[in-house]
Each structure stands twice: as C-alpha cells, then as structure tokens.
Design a protein around this ligand. Sequence first.
Ligand code: ATP
Ligand code: MG
Ligand code: MG
Ligand code: MG
Length: 539
Amino acid sequence: MKQSHYFNPTLRELPADAEVISHQLLLRAGYMRQNAAGIYSYLPLGKRVLRKIEDVIREELDSAGAQELLMPAIQPAELWQETGRWEVYGPELMRLKDRHDRPFALGATHEELITSLVRDELNSYKQMPVILYQIQTKYRDERRPRFGLLRGREFIMKDAYSFHSSQEQLDDAYRLMHETYSKIFTRLGLDFRPVVADSGAMGGKDTEEFMALSKVGEDTIAYSDSSDYAANIEMTEVHVQYEKSGEPEKELEKTNSVAEVGAEKIIKFSAYRSGEERIIVLVRGDHEINEVKVKHLLEVEMLEEIHELEGLNPVGVSGVKVVADNAVKSVVNGICRLDKELVYHNVNPERDIPVDTYTDIRFIKEGDPSPDGKGTIKFAEGIEVGQVFKLGTKYSEAMGANYLDENGKAQPIIMGCYGIGVSRVMASVAEQMHDDNGLLWPKTLAPFQVHLIAVNVKDEAQNKLGEELYEKLKSEKYDVLYDDRKERAGVKFKDSDLIGIPLRVVIGKKAGDGIVEVKVRKTGETFEVDASELESTLK
Ligand code: ATP
Ligand code: MG
Ligand code: MG
Ligand code: MG
C-alpha cells in the first residue's frame, strides 16, 4: 500500500476529550474517527487490526469445534418480551420501530435470538453438544460511553453460545472455551488474567471474566501473589440516595432528575477515591434492601456523579446514603477491598453496626492472606475483554427450547455463553503496548508487517530503490506500507512512530550504494543492511 494515497489522517495535537492513551493514539495515528458519542468509524489501518484480531479468534474457535454463523442485529421485540428482558434490560437496549409500528431492538446480545433459532432445530439429545458463534456489531446505549473503543455504544463482539443435554456436557464446553480464551488472549499478546466473576445468586464458579491488566480498567481485581486466585471485586450497581444536611432525606426515585436517567435509577458505585486511597463500599443483603450510610463526605468524583443526577450544590451535601437491592451479587466472591475504615449504619434506627458483623463478607486489605491460603492479596485494575458463563436453562425454559432425551422426554436445553469484546481488545492492546511516540503493535496484530520509508522521494536513487523494494516485498507476500509521500523526513518518522508498525525500513542517503536501515520500532534497535539481503534480515 502506498501511503501517498492511503486514507490515514494523522493528528499532531492531542484530541480533546480523549482521556486514555488508547483513545488518544488510535485517533492520532488515524486508526479511527468518532461519529457520535461511543460510535466510531474504523479507518483502513484500524480495520486491518480488527481483522487480525478476528482471525486469531476465528482460528482458535474453529479449531475448538465451534461453528460460525451470523445473526441479525435487528431483533423483534417479542423475543425479548418472552424472557422479560424487554423490560429488565432498561435503557441500555436500543429500540426502534418499523414502518408498521412494530417494535424491534438493536442486538445488545443474542441469547434470545439464538434460543429462538435453535428451539425449532435442536430437538434431540443426539444433536448436542453444539457451539455456535458470530462476530458482529452490538448496540448498547451505555450510560457513560467513554474511553474510545473501551466503552462504545456500537462495538464489535464475538459471542458464542453452547447447547447441551447434560450438565457434564456444559462443564466440558465451559472448560474448552476457557482454554480457548486463554489461547486467544495469549496470541493477541495481552497481559491478562482470568478472574472469578460475579455470578449473581447462582454462586460458585459459573462465570469467569478475562481481564487485561491496565490502570485504566474499570474493574478491580483482587489476586494472590502466589497462586491462581483472582476475583473481580467490582461492586454491584447500587441505588444511591442522599440527603442535604439539615434537611429530611430525599428519595432519588422521586426527583425529576431520576426520570431523566430513566429506568437507570442506578448509578454504579463500584469504587471511589478518597485522597489517594481507593475505597469500595460493600453492602450486604439477602435480596432485601439494606441501607448503609457513608458518613464521610465523599470526594469529588462521586459528588459529581450525584450532581449530575440531582443538580445538587456540592456544599450542601453532608453524606450519602447507599441502598443496594442486589447486594448479594456483589459479595459472591466473598471479599471486599477495604483501605479505610468506614462507618456504616443500617436501617434499624441507626444502630451502628460495625463492619465485621457482616460475617460472610471478607474485608481484605492489600497484604492480607489470600482466601485460598496461598500467598497474600494484591489489587490491580483490569479491562474486561471476555467472559465465559454457564447460563443453564434460563433462556431455554423462558422460551420453550426443549429437546427429547434418551427416554423421549422433553427437557430444556442447557446453555452456555461466551463473549469477547473484539473492538475493546484493540484498545486494550493499545493501552498495554505503546511508548511516548506512539503505538507498538505485536507482530500478530500489526496492520502491516513492514513500514518502508523513502526519506526523500525527490532523490532519484531513493525513489528508485523504494519502488523496487516495495514491489519485491509485495511479491514475497509481505504486507508493506510504503511511505512515498513528498513530506519532510521528520513528518514521516513521526507518523511512522505513531502508527507503530513493528519493522521500519528506511531508504536514505545510502540508497545509491544499495544500503538501507532497518529499525525495530519497539526496541529502537537499528542496523544497516544491503538491500539485496533485506528479505532474509526481515525474517
Ligand atoms: P462491562 O462490564 O464492561 O460493561 P459486560 O459485562 O456488560 O461488560 P458482556 O455482556 O459480558 O459485557 O459482553 C461480552 C464482552 O463484550 C465483554 O467482556 C467486553 O469485552 C465487551 N463489551 C461489553 N460492553 C462493551 C462496550 N460498551 N464497548 C466495548 N466492548 C464491550
Ligand atoms: Mg456492561
Ligand atoms: Mg462486566
Ligand atoms: Mg461481562
């Protein structure tokens, strides 16, 4: 590909609103552009990287015996009504109507669609197990789309679904997908960790998330420094109520601002910072609403979130009351990070309940013994790049997807589901692999293998050698981006650093002697080679 006509608009300036490095670099290096909040176009370079990610995923899933299909993004509302998720999913589900006023959803996920597909086709235990997957655009009207591709409203997901006639079969598929995910994320070059995730009231090891370790991750992981123990200690979503000092308590639900937030009367309260400390407030309950009051004045980030909802003046807030109705979810992993003592009150007219009376919750500080007895606990932030989940019969029962067992008896199909955030992976790799000058793609994901640069194309020798090498490398099946632009050397090198192709071949002053310079983008290592030996050097 010749860069003179390549659609690769780069930016020198830091784009406004791009808070995290992956967002900044993918915009600056011309991999993507934003079209609306959380909605992006992938430019040619970005599309190439996406395709490479997809290739790795496809290869591994195919070799695990999963079968690719493609389902529609537009899904009839009736399917979501069958499982009740038309209501439950809330405003994150994007909805539309056709010309006959019939309601549809843009697929946020495909459990309903695929269950409706198989219920007419998988009728016998003899047909299972089956694992089906697709790579497709998903739509979620996230409350806070941010960090570029890390939390989009339109994004690309690989979603797989497995179908079984026994729990053992599901266990096997779950294990297989877990292994396959480990292979995929290893090949993608990510520094990742599988963690026990929140599996709601089901408990047990029914779901795990794959976390790319990164400071910008929105999840917090507790892990042992000397075993495989790792758990997402992400707090569940909790209702937040608050009061103004001296005024009676106000219920969030009754305020106008909540109506604006719609069915999301919920704000995420996973963690907040106080000074340099990170605190997680954990609330316990058995599906009942428990209340705790955080006595401390919360710090700015949290307050801002509240103001956003309520339009409150920060000076007037004296405390925050946290009400969790699905707190059980949050304690499945049994631990909570506690960096600082908090004073909790429960609903019982303010009888103070010390933290340690919540017996089935472990409040863990960094350096405490790991719950598995091996090593001590450390904390890290992670980006959820994938999740594996044993669904059981939740969807098949709701939608009447049955098969006949060996005795001819109808049974609900047992299901699993397995997701990977394809576009989120792209940003996660960028988060983990960059330096001050730009991106550092690993070989497997780089949009091109070689960046060939003629420093001055007006120089006849350089131009000639450039064209020759470009044709030669292409004929040898190298993916080459050839910078044949009439730009200053400085511009070319800056762009090249930004784009982050692993190997650079520079044709400069020694072109007349047939000498070029090879530079390894990541290490900065450079050496000169004779152009005739370039190919063997690149290998
Ligand atoms: P999160 O907790 O980050 O909101 P999720 O648990 O809602 O993610 P899943 O339903 O498990 O997401 O979807 C499977 C995968 O899709 C996730 O593991 C993640 O990698 C990716 N994903 C989910 N939401 C987004 C998003 N808004 N933008 C980009 N990727 C996403
Ligand atoms: Mg989500
Ligand atoms: Mg999640
Ligand atoms: Mg998830």
